[in-house]
Design a protein around this ligand. Structure first.
Ligand code: HEM
Length: 505
């Protein structure tokens, strides 16, 4: 009997099989002590598909309900649910860089992937991009934009009166909240309106383009290797996988229009007394040769992409929940009425100073921020050299560890057993230590070194529009069940179908 040698293809297959088995086993082995869904231990496909279902936020939460506060959601990725881990994972000092998740959100064109303050993984680049503009986002600067928020409110109300008060037509308030948020950001950033409010529609398909961008990048953030191949390489050039191009085009147009002005006109061209964001960005870029020459474009892009739909999501959550919970709405209206009696509120829209510290409004805003964070995937960081201890467990160097705002904000030991329900009163507890723990335990704006830069802009808009809307209109929510939420890596709500009447204020 003669033994035949294996053929070359069979040999290659054998080697490939052994290598694949070794690869999966070693991948699994490294974090084998962490519980999680079976396939997630071997491949990032699993969590990518969670996002594809548009119910990723719920799947992540259910995974934590099933496996506990620490869940392995990918071969090299762990999600944590206990807010106690926040100071360790998101410190003010450098050393916990962002993971490749963020490369997934970078727009890619033929020139390559475009980093920004939000997305860069390089901590030096982050400092270079953030330091020159950080002061523009301080509350003291942001409140100078208040007249422009008022202006957008008045355009919004003019349209609501014309289209819906007079006609008594039903409409989806969620759309108009989004139009408003975009117009505010557009005005603050480049002193121009997109026209959403005046035309009552998605002009030039920008809103669709942003949502398409979210749909494309959401799943890719979960599978960085696939993202690298399909969206950040020559394959992307061949397949023309250029996400975010329409948004970049609009941003580039605004920047170029402005650059045509001479330096001294930057401020004049802005309608805002001390200049809009773009006038400051251009000035900073012009006077600082060490800043990369593409900075102005990415700062402007960040404002549009990071600042509009995020604020929209919280405003929608707040308005919807107030309308769906009349007991909360009544309490809030009483608070406005008391404030009006004490020191008359400005008409037709109360001023920031008059509403910024109203306790019940604060509690309602906090509750909306808690229940519906716009970003609903873990904000991933990479464990530093030597690994890290969190909550008594060691995470090896290079592990991606993240906290998902949708999950953390529902942490029952911190927020109560009814953490999945609307109850603003949880932020009015007399136990001040618990109140602080709750306020600091939310992940909605992130924490530490990479905390949201635009937080005060969001609060200014939210605390301005809410009293303005509620004091000037009686809003009837037709069917609370038509409210619909879905997510990519971003959250989106629709179906706040209402009828409105004018109120005397
Ligand atoms: C309710 C509204 C908003 C929410 C919930 C929100 C949420 C967040 C979160 C979670 C992060 C941190 C991400 C991370 O750690 O990976 C972030 C960062 C950031 N946000 Fe916001 N954001 C909001 C509004 C805005 C606005 C209005 C702007 C700008 C005009 C803005 C600009 C930024 C920027 C530039 C960063 C990057 C900061 C850095 O890495 O240093 N955001 N935001």
């Amino acid at each position: 009997m003669t033994l035949s040698l294996p053929s070359i293809p069979a040999g290659a297959l054998l080697i490939l099989s052994v290598y694949t088995a070794y690869y999966f086993l070693s991948t699994y082995w490294r974090l084998r002590d962490f519980p999680g869904p079976f396939w997630a231990k071997f491949t990032d496909f699993e969590r990518m598909f969670w996002v594809k279902t548009m119910r990723g936020h719920e799947i992540h939460w259910n995974a934590h309900e099933k496996y506990g506060e620490v869940v392995r959601v990918g071969p090299n990725t762990i999600s944590l649910a206990d807010p106690a881990a926040i100071p360790t994972l998101y410190p003010m000092r450098p050393g916990f860089p962002k993971s490749k998740f963020y490369r997934g959100i970078m727009p890619y064109t033929k020139g390559g992937a475009m980093p920004a303050v939000f997305t860069t993984q390089d901590e030096n680049q982050h400092r270079t991009l953030k330091t020159p503009v950080a002061s523009l986002y301080l509350l003291s600067n942001v409140i100078q934009f208040e007249p422009f928020v008022d202006e957008e409110i008045s355009v919004l109300f003019e349209q609501l009166d014309k289209r819906f008060v007079t006609t008594q037509n039903t409409f989806d308030l969620a759309d108009w909240i989004q139009y408003f948020a975009y117009e505010v950001m557009g005005t603050m950033t480049f002193s121009r309106r997109y026209g959403f409010l005046e035309q009552g529609k998605d002009v030039n398909g920008l809103l669709r383009a942003v949502w398409d961008f979210m749909l494309a990048v959401g799943p890719m953030t979960q599978f960085p290797t696939l993202d690298r191949i399909l969206y950040k390489s020559f394959v992307a050039d061949i397949l023309r996988n250029y996400v975010a191009v329409p948004i970049l085009r609009i941003v580039a147009q605004h920047v170029e229009d402005r650059q045509k002005q001479s330096y001294h006109d930057y401020e004049k061209d802005a309608r805002i007394p001390h200049g809009d964001f773009l006038s400051h960005f251009l000035q900073i870029q012009d006077t600082n040769p060490t800043i990369p020459d593409w900075s102005c474009k990415v700062w402007t892009f960040s404002n549009v992409i990071a600042g509009s739909d995020s604020t929209t999501a919280v405003m929608r959550a707040l308005i919807y929940n107030l309308l769906a919970h009349p007991e909360s709405l009544n309490k809030l209206m009483e608070e406005f009425s008391d404030a009006d009696k004490k020191s008359q509120l400005t008409r037709p829209y109360p001023k920031w100073n008059e509403v910024k510290d109203l306790p019940y409004l604060d509690a309602c805003v906090n509750e909306a921020v808690r229940l519906h964070p716009p970003f609903i995937l873990p904000l991933e960081r990479v464990a530093p050299k030597g690994g890290v201890m969190i909550g008594g467990r060691h995470y090896p160097e290079g592990t991606c560890i993240g906290m998902n705002a949708y999950v953390v904000n529902r942490h029952r030991p911190t927020f109560g057993d009814d953490a999945d329900s609307w109850r603003p009163e949880r932020f009015l507890t007399e136990d001040l230590a618990l109140k602080k723990r709750r306020e600091n335990g939310m992940m909605t704006f992130g924490h530490g070194r990479r905390v949201c830069l635009g937080k005060y802009i969001a609060y200014l808009e939210i605390k301005k529009i809410t009293p303005a809307l509620l004091l000037n209109y009686e809003i009837e929510l037709l069917d609370p069940k038509s409210y619909f939420v879905e997510s990519s890596y971003f959250f989106r709500q629709q179906g706040i179908n209402v009828k409105i009447r004018r109120r005397d204020f």
